[in-house]
Design a protein around this ligand. Sequence first.
Ligand SMILES: Cc1cc2nc3c(=O)[nH]c(=O)nc-3n(C[C@H](O)[C@H](O)[C@H](O)COP(=O)(O)OP(=O)(O)OC[C@H]3O[C@@H](n4cnc5c(N)ncnc54)[C@H](O)[C@@H]3O)c2cc1C
Length: 415
Amino acid sequence: MTDPGQPGSAGRPGGEVSRPVTEPSSAPADHRYDVVVVGGGVIGLACAWDLAGRGMTVAVVDPEPGRGASWAAAGMLAPVSEVHHGEEPLLALALASARRWPAFAAELEAAVGRSIGYRTTGTLVVAADDGDRAWARELFEFQRDLGLGVQWLTGRRARQLEPAVAPGVRAGIWAPGDHQVDNRLLVGALLDAATAAGAVVHRARAEALECSAGVVSGIGLAGGTTLLAGAVVLAAGTWSAQLAGLPAGVVPAVRPVKGQILRLLPCDRAPTLTRTVRGIVRGASVYVVPREDRTVVVGATMEERGFDTAVTAGAVYELLRDAHRVVPGITEMTLGEASAGLRPGSPDNAPIVGRAAGEGVEGLVVATGHYRQGILLAPLTSAAVGAIVSGQEPPDELAPFGPGRFASVSGRAGA
Ligand SMILES: Cc1cc2nc3c(=O)[nH]c(=O)nc-3n(C[C@H](O)[C@H](O)[C@H](O)COP(=O)(O)OP(=O)(O)OC[C@H]3O[C@@H](n4cnc5c(N)ncnc54)[C@H](O)[C@@H]3O)c2cc1C
């Protein structure tokens, strides 16, 4: 899939963002596309799949597609148990994307002919001690008042629902609408679906946005190649602020938020978990996510440490300690992997999706800042980006999350 030299000239889309490709004489014909997507994480790949499905010629630029935060993630599709005070607009967006998930998963599985591990088994939140019970009750009342279809459980009832949960848990919240997907199967499937739909993957680093007369004209790659395009989608996750050539007011306000996470491998003595269990343990959150293949994902830390992705002994200890507190049997499992990823965080914890705000970059669409929920938000984001590049209006739910809301933020926020 590396630079296969597929021509990219046909089917130029109409609309506000897409423009005719400028064509310097030095540009080879096989490096012209309607759209170049910078970044091949879940967001960039979902956008590429959508755009290619609309008949556009699409290139994805990424040295390691699918290996950023999207690889590290747990794959929870959890608008209900992830809800936070003050983030009600984000909740509406998350719920809207969650509603798209069943059709998105079915379409993707049909496109690639294999499972992406989409599971609708719900999420059980449990409180480890009496203090945690008070936290859980407050969360439950907030969720209930928002009409999120949750149910309060005694500790005993929580254990009946999920017998692998610790005998001592004090209470639970049952959130049947919070689902999960195997994020690694997902990004592999998106890569295959996008390329099957005609997208070309350039395994290279994008160095700079190129513009001509105030309109984007393409992307310069490390090594000197230029990909010409009438539209560019900036979807490089937490690295989105590092692309050269972005005017100061256009640089997305994203920063890395480190998350360390564990993958435990099945064994004979592993507990049988049928649904995601989220623990509140001494006020902190831990989650235990069982996959179809009986792997269990345990996560995750939230750390402001810049671009550091070191795995620390302390994080592994704390994750296992807290997960063991709510699902004791997990310490019987084999530790398969400890890794870290960088969530693309924005100043208000919400994504940044829409036409770039600022002069001189007509044709640039931003799709980043998905922070804790990029897997969940991929269907809605990709539909929005596809609509924008096609000159249509994106779904209403995304209106509050355009790049313009941070117009006063300048400088390289994530560099
Ligand atoms: C530990 C952890 C757990 C998480 N759990 C969940 C969860 O349960 N549910 C959920 O919805 N979300 C979860 N998230 C958040 C989610 O993973 C992210 O929001 C999402 O993956 C962001 O996707 P992305 O495509 O924007 O970024 P990424 O997946 O980081 O992709 C960005 C891509 O851009 C590429 N890139 C960078 N620079 C360049 C360049 N100059 N040129 C070309 N390519 C470039 C990178 O190689 C990378 O592939 C979790 C995140 C972490 C870290």
